[in-house]
Design a protein around this ligand. Sequence first.
Ligand SMILES: [Zn+2]
Length: 82
Amino acid sequence: MKCEECLELLSLYLDKELDQKSLNALKEHLALCKNCMAVFHTLEKTISLSFNYYKKNYHKVPRKVSSQVFYELRIRYKKSRF
Ligand SMILES: [Zn+2]
């Protein structure tokens, strides 16, 4: 799996929309790839922070916070790689 594919799957995983087969592939890649593992941890942390923020400020958690976070993260990821 390419790192880019892994990041796509991460987004689905965090939205709880990942099927078991893809989840296994994702876990396999994370076990081998330190970069994506780091992204995964950052993403989880960022999302929990976002949820806290939305809870405090809007009393409403948006359905697709992780998609938004992932989108921003992917831009950063690309910038740092290329
Ligand atoms: Zn990777």
